[in-house]
Design a protein around this ligand. Sequence first.
Ligand code: SAM
Length: 283
Amino acid sequence: MSPLESLPPLARVIAAHGLSARKSLGQNFLLDLNLTSKIARQAGDLTTCDVLEIGPGPGGLTRGLLMEGARHVLAIEKDARCLPALHEIAEAAPGRLTVLNADALDLDPLAHLTPPIRVVSNLPYNVGTELLIRWLTPPDWPPFWQSLTLMFQREVAERIVATPGSKAYGRLALLAQWRATPRIVMHLPPGAFTPPPKVSSAVVHLTALSEPRYPADPKILERVVARAFNQRRKMLRAALKGAAPDIEDRLLAAGIQPTDRAETVSLEQFCALARVMPGGAEA
Ligand code: SAM
Protein backbone atom coordinates (compact mmCIF):
# COMPACT_ATOMS: atom_id res chain seq x y z
CA MET A 1 0.00 0.00 0.00
CA SER A 2 1.27 3.49 -0.84
CA PRO A 3 1.64 6.01 2.02
CA LEU A 4 -1.41 7.87 0.64
CA GLU A 5 -3.51 4.70 0.79
CA SER A 6 -2.31 4.10 4.36
CA LEU A 7 -3.70 7.41 5.65
CA PRO A 8 -6.57 6.98 8.14
CA PRO A 9 -10.22 7.22 7.00
CA LEU A 10 -11.49 10.80 6.81
CA ALA A 11 -14.06 10.35 9.59
CA ARG A 12 -11.16 9.45 11.89
CA VAL A 13 -9.11 12.44 10.66
CA ILE A 14 -12.02 14.77 11.40
CA ALA A 15 -12.47 13.33 14.89
CA ALA A 16 -8.74 13.38 15.65
CA HIS A 17 -8.34 17.03 14.64
CA GLY A 18 -11.68 18.28 16.00
CA LEU A 19 -12.88 19.46 12.59
CA SER A 20 -16.54 19.97 13.42
CA ALA A 21 -18.09 21.53 10.30
CA ARG A 22 -18.63 25.30 10.42
CA LYS A 23 -21.60 26.68 8.54
CA SER A 24 -19.99 30.11 8.25
CA LEU A 25 -17.23 28.53 6.12
CA GLY A 26 -19.66 26.47 4.02
CA GLN A 27 -18.15 23.26 5.37
CA ASN A 28 -19.85 20.19 3.92
CA PHE A 29 -17.17 17.56 3.66
CA LEU A 30 -16.82 14.62 1.27
CA LEU A 31 -15.65 11.59 3.25
CA ASP A 32 -15.95 8.86 0.61
CA LEU A 33 -12.55 8.51 -1.06
CA ASN A 34 -14.04 6.57 -3.99
CA LEU A 35 -16.19 9.58 -4.68
CA THR A 36 -13.35 12.11 -4.35
CA SER A 37 -11.20 10.01 -6.72
CA LYS A 38 -14.11 9.93 -9.17
CA ILE A 39 -14.36 13.75 -9.03
CA ALA A 40 -10.59 14.01 -9.55
CA ARG A 41 -10.86 11.78 -12.63
CA GLN A 42 -13.43 14.17 -14.18
CA ALA A 43 -10.61 16.74 -14.43
CA GLY A 44 -8.73 14.66 -17.03
CA ASP A 45 -5.08 13.65 -16.99
CA LEU A 46 -3.47 15.32 -13.98
CA THR A 47 -0.07 13.67 -14.25
CA THR A 48 1.47 16.51 -16.27
CA CYS A 49 -0.42 19.33 -14.49
CA ASP A 50 -0.31 21.48 -11.41
CA VAL A 51 -3.71 21.45 -9.71
CA LEU A 52 -5.15 24.40 -7.80
CA GLU A 53 -7.57 23.25 -5.12
CA ILE A 54 -9.48 25.88 -3.14
CA GLY A 55 -10.94 24.80 0.21
CA PRO A 56 -9.41 21.35 0.77
CA GLY A 57 -10.91 21.06 4.29
CA PRO A 58 -9.79 17.75 5.83
CA GLY A 59 -8.40 16.75 2.42
CA GLY A 60 -10.75 14.18 0.87
CA LEU A 61 -10.56 15.66 -2.61
CA THR A 62 -6.87 16.48 -2.10
CA ARG A 63 -6.22 12.79 -1.49
CA GLY A 64 -8.25 11.93 -4.60
CA LEU A 65 -6.20 14.35 -6.73
CA LEU A 66 -2.90 12.93 -5.47
CA MET A 67 -4.06 9.33 -5.85
CA GLU A 68 -5.06 10.11 -9.44
CA GLY A 69 -1.47 11.19 -10.07
CA ALA A 70 -1.55 15.01 -9.96
CA ARG A 71 1.96 16.30 -10.57
CA HIS A 72 1.56 18.91 -7.86
CA VAL A 73 -1.40 20.23 -5.84
CA LEU A 74 -1.59 23.75 -4.40
CA ALA A 75 -4.32 23.71 -1.75
CA ILE A 76 -5.59 27.00 -0.31
CA GLU A 77 -7.60 26.66 2.90
CA LYS A 78 -8.99 29.50 5.02
CA ASP A 79 -9.64 27.40 8.14
CA ALA A 80 -6.38 26.93 10.05
CA ARG A 81 -7.92 23.99 11.97
CA CYS A 82 -7.53 21.88 8.79
CA LEU A 83 -3.77 22.42 8.45
CA PRO A 84 -2.50 19.50 10.59
CA ALA A 85 -4.67 17.04 8.63
CA LEU A 86 -3.42 18.50 5.34
CA HIS A 87 0.20 18.30 6.48
CA GLU A 88 -0.24 14.58 7.10
CA ILE A 89 -1.28 14.23 3.46
CA ALA A 90 1.71 16.32 2.34
CA GLU A 91 4.02 13.95 4.23
CA ALA A 92 2.46 10.95 2.48
CA ALA A 93 3.06 12.55 -0.94
CA PRO A 94 6.50 14.13 -0.60
CA GLY A 95 7.00 17.26 -2.72
CA ARG A 96 3.57 16.99 -4.37
CA LEU A 97 1.33 19.02 -2.04
CA THR A 98 1.71 22.65 -0.96
CA VAL A 99 -0.82 23.99 1.54
CA LEU A 100 -1.43 27.70 2.05
CA ASN A 101 -3.56 29.03 4.89
CA ALA A 102 -5.31 31.94 3.15
CA ASP A 103 -8.59 33.31 1.87
CA ALA A 104 -8.78 32.33 -1.80
CA LEU A 105 -10.56 35.59 -2.59
CA ASP A 106 -7.50 37.60 -1.47
CA LEU A 107 -4.60 35.46 -2.66
CA ASP A 108 -3.05 35.32 -6.14
CA PRO A 109 -2.03 31.65 -6.46
CA LEU A 110 -0.08 32.03 -9.69
CA ALA A 111 3.27 32.59 -8.02
CA HIS A 112 2.96 29.07 -6.59
CA LEU A 113 1.91 27.25 -9.77
CA THR A 114 3.63 26.01 -12.93
CA PRO A 115 1.58 25.60 -16.14
CA PRO A 116 -0.26 23.64 -17.36
CA ILE A 117 -2.74 24.25 -14.55
CA ARG A 118 -6.10 22.66 -13.82
CA VAL A 119 -8.44 23.87 -11.08
CA VAL A 120 -10.40 21.27 -9.10
CA SER A 121 -12.44 22.33 -6.07
CA ASN A 122 -15.38 21.61 -3.84
CA LEU A 123 -16.02 25.12 -2.62
CA PRO A 124 -18.61 26.89 -0.54
CA TYR A 125 -21.25 27.93 -3.05
CA ASN A 126 -20.98 31.70 -2.63
CA VAL A 127 -17.18 31.71 -2.95
CA GLY A 128 -17.41 29.26 -5.88
CA THR A 129 -19.58 31.53 -8.02
CA GLU A 130 -17.42 34.58 -7.30
CA LEU A 131 -14.22 32.70 -8.19
CA LEU A 132 -15.80 31.20 -11.32
CA ILE A 133 -16.69 34.68 -12.59
CA ARG A 134 -13.14 35.89 -11.88
CA TRP A 135 -11.64 32.88 -13.66
CA LEU A 136 -13.92 33.45 -16.66
CA THR A 137 -13.17 37.17 -16.98
CA PRO A 138 -9.39 37.65 -16.80
CA PRO A 139 -7.82 40.64 -18.58
CA ASP A 140 -6.18 38.31 -21.14
CA TRP A 141 -7.26 35.10 -22.84
CA PRO A 142 -6.34 32.19 -22.79
CA PRO A 143 -6.53 32.17 -18.98
CA PHE A 144 -4.02 30.60 -16.56
CA TRP A 145 -6.15 27.43 -16.36
CA GLN A 146 -6.71 24.65 -18.88
CA SER A 147 -9.83 23.40 -17.15
CA LEU A 148 -12.00 24.03 -14.11
CA THR A 149 -13.72 21.12 -12.35
CA LEU A 150 -15.97 22.62 -9.70
CA MET A 151 -18.75 21.53 -7.37
CA PHE A 152 -21.81 23.78 -7.37
CA GLN A 153 -25.28 23.84 -6.03
CA ARG A 154 -27.25 22.04 -8.75
CA GLU A 155 -29.20 25.17 -9.77
CA VAL A 156 -25.95 27.08 -10.33
CA ALA A 157 -24.52 24.20 -12.38
CA GLU A 158 -27.66 24.32 -14.54
CA ARG A 159 -27.24 28.08 -15.02
CA ILE A 160 -23.67 27.53 -16.28
CA VAL A 161 -24.69 25.07 -19.02
CA ALA A 162 -28.10 26.60 -19.85
CA THR A 163 -29.17 27.30 -23.43
CA PRO A 164 -31.43 30.09 -24.78
CA GLY A 165 -35.11 29.78 -24.00
CA SER A 166 -34.63 28.16 -20.61
CA LYS A 167 -35.23 29.85 -17.27
CA ALA A 168 -31.66 29.13 -16.18
CA TYR A 169 -30.17 30.94 -19.20
CA GLY A 170 -28.43 34.20 -18.36
CA ARG A 171 -25.17 35.98 -17.66
CA LEU A 172 -23.44 32.95 -16.15
CA ALA A 173 -24.23 30.73 -19.18
CA LEU A 174 -22.98 33.38 -21.61
CA LEU A 175 -19.78 34.07 -19.67
CA ALA A 176 -19.05 30.36 -19.34
CA GLN A 177 -19.88 29.40 -22.92
CA TRP A 178 -18.22 32.30 -24.74
CA ARG A 179 -14.64 31.21 -24.04
CA ALA A 180 -15.06 27.74 -22.52
CA THR A 181 -17.02 24.53 -22.95
CA PRO A 182 -18.91 23.66 -19.76
CA ARG A 183 -20.47 20.24 -19.04
CA ILE A 184 -22.19 18.81 -15.98
CA VAL A 185 -20.21 15.64 -15.31
CA MET A 186 -21.65 14.41 -11.99
CA HIS A 187 -24.73 14.85 -9.81
CA LEU A 188 -24.43 14.41 -6.03
CA PRO A 189 -27.29 14.10 -3.54
CA PRO A 190 -27.12 15.95 -0.20
CA GLY A 191 -26.28 12.65 1.54
CA ALA A 192 -22.88 12.52 -0.20
CA PHE A 193 -21.70 15.26 2.20
CA THR A 194 -21.11 15.46 5.95
CA PRO A 195 -23.13 17.27 7.17
CA PRO A 196 -25.61 17.07 4.27
CA PRO A 197 -26.48 20.47 2.76
CA LYS A 198 -30.13 21.37 2.04
CA VAL A 199 -29.66 21.21 -1.75
CA SER A 200 -28.35 18.81 -4.38
CA SER A 201 -24.98 19.44 -5.98
CA ALA A 202 -23.35 18.91 -9.35
CA VAL A 203 -19.81 18.95 -10.67
CA VAL A 204 -19.21 21.15 -13.72
CA HIS A 205 -16.14 20.66 -15.91
CA LEU A 206 -15.17 23.65 -18.05
CA THR A 207 -12.45 23.46 -20.70
CA ALA A 208 -10.90 26.75 -21.81
CA LEU A 209 -11.07 27.49 -25.55
CA SER A 210 -7.92 28.97 -27.06
CA GLU A 211 -10.03 31.72 -28.67
CA PRO A 212 -13.50 33.09 -27.91
CA ARG A 213 -16.26 31.28 -29.78
CA TYR A 214 -17.28 34.56 -31.52
CA PRO A 215 -15.34 37.83 -31.63
CA ALA A 216 -16.38 40.57 -29.19
CA ASP A 217 -14.77 43.02 -26.78
CA PRO A 218 -15.05 41.36 -23.34
CA LYS A 219 -15.99 44.54 -21.47
CA ILE A 220 -18.66 45.57 -23.97
CA LEU A 221 -20.09 42.05 -24.09
CA GLU A 222 -20.22 41.82 -20.29
CA ARG A 223 -21.91 45.22 -20.06
CA VAL A 224 -24.54 44.42 -22.68
CA VAL A 225 -25.30 40.99 -21.23
CA ALA A 226 -25.53 42.32 -17.65
CA ARG A 227 -27.90 45.08 -18.75
CA ALA A 228 -30.03 42.80 -20.92
CA PHE A 229 -30.55 40.26 -18.13
CA ASN A 230 -30.99 42.85 -15.41
CA GLN A 231 -34.52 43.19 -16.74
CA ARG A 232 -34.87 39.80 -18.36
CA ARG A 233 -38.65 39.99 -18.77
CA LYS A 234 -38.46 43.24 -20.71
CA MET A 235 -38.11 43.55 -24.48
CA LEU A 236 -34.52 44.35 -25.38
CA ARG A 237 -35.36 47.75 -26.85
CA ALA A 238 -36.55 48.70 -23.35
CA ALA A 239 -33.95 46.77 -21.32
CA LEU A 240 -31.11 48.31 -23.36
CA LYS A 241 -32.64 51.78 -23.64
CA GLY A 242 -29.91 54.28 -22.86
CA ALA A 243 -27.12 51.72 -23.45
CA ALA A 244 -26.37 53.36 -26.79
CA PRO A 245 -28.03 55.78 -29.23
CA ASP A 246 -30.20 54.10 -31.90
CA ILE A 247 -30.42 50.88 -29.92
CA GLU A 248 -33.17 49.46 -32.15
CA ASP A 249 -30.96 49.83 -35.27
CA ARG A 250 -28.06 48.20 -33.48
CA LEU A 251 -30.23 45.28 -32.37
CA LEU A 252 -31.44 44.79 -35.94
CA ALA A 253 -27.85 45.00 -37.25
CA ALA A 254 -26.97 42.18 -34.86
CA GLY A 255 -29.87 40.08 -36.16
CA ILE A 256 -31.98 40.61 -33.01
CA GLN A 257 -35.58 41.83 -33.03
CA PRO A 258 -35.98 44.85 -30.70
CA THR A 259 -39.03 43.06 -29.26
CA ASP A 260 -36.99 39.96 -28.33
CA ARG A 261 -36.23 39.25 -24.68
CA ALA A 262 -32.72 38.54 -23.42
CA GLU A 263 -33.49 34.93 -22.57
CA THR A 264 -34.14 34.05 -26.24
CA VAL A 265 -30.98 35.69 -27.64
CA SER A 266 -28.08 33.38 -28.49
CA LEU A 267 -24.44 33.86 -27.56
CA GLU A 268 -23.62 34.50 -31.22
CA GLN A 269 -26.23 37.28 -31.35
CA PHE A 270 -25.00 38.87 -28.11
CA CYS A 271 -21.46 38.90 -29.53
CA ALA A 272 -22.76 40.49 -32.77
CA LEU A 273 -24.55 43.12 -30.66
CA ALA A 274 -21.38 43.85 -28.67
CA ARG A 275 -19.55 44.45 -31.97
CA VAL A 276 -22.03 47.12 -33.09
CA MET A 277 -22.21 48.90 -29.72
CA PRO A 278 -20.12 52.08 -29.25
CA GLY A 279 -16.47 51.05 -29.07
CA GLY A 280 -17.20 47.68 -30.71
CA ALA A 281 -15.28 46.52 -33.82
CA GLU A 282 -18.23 47.17 -36.21
CA ALA A 283 -19.75 50.27 -34.58
N1 SAM B 1 -12.82 20.06 -0.29
C1 SAM B 1 -13.33 19.55 0.98
C2 SAM B 1 -14.20 18.35 0.71
O1 SAM B 1 -14.58 18.17 -0.46
O2 SAM B 1 -14.54 17.65 1.65
C3 SAM B 1 -14.07 20.63 1.76
C4 SAM B 1 -15.25 21.23 1.06
S1 SAM B 1 -16.16 22.41 2.00
C5 SAM B 1 -17.62 22.50 0.96
C6 SAM B 1 -15.43 23.99 1.59
C7 SAM B 1 -14.04 24.28 2.15
O3 SAM B 1 -13.63 25.58 1.73
C8 SAM B 1 -13.97 24.31 3.68
O4 SAM B 1 -12.87 23.57 4.11
C9 SAM B 1 -13.80 25.80 4.02
O5 SAM B 1 -13.08 26.00 5.23
C10 SAM B 1 -13.05 26.30 2.81
N2 SAM B 1 -13.23 27.73 2.52
C11 SAM B 1 -14.34 28.48 2.72
N3 SAM B 1 -14.16 29.74 2.28
C12 SAM B 1 -12.89 29.79 1.79
C13 SAM B 1 -12.10 30.81 1.21
N4 SAM B 1 -12.60 32.04 1.02
N5 SAM B 1 -10.84 30.52 0.83
C14 SAM B 1 -10.32 29.26 1.02
N6 SAM B 1 -11.02 28.26 1.59
C15 SAM B 1 -12.29 28.51 1.95
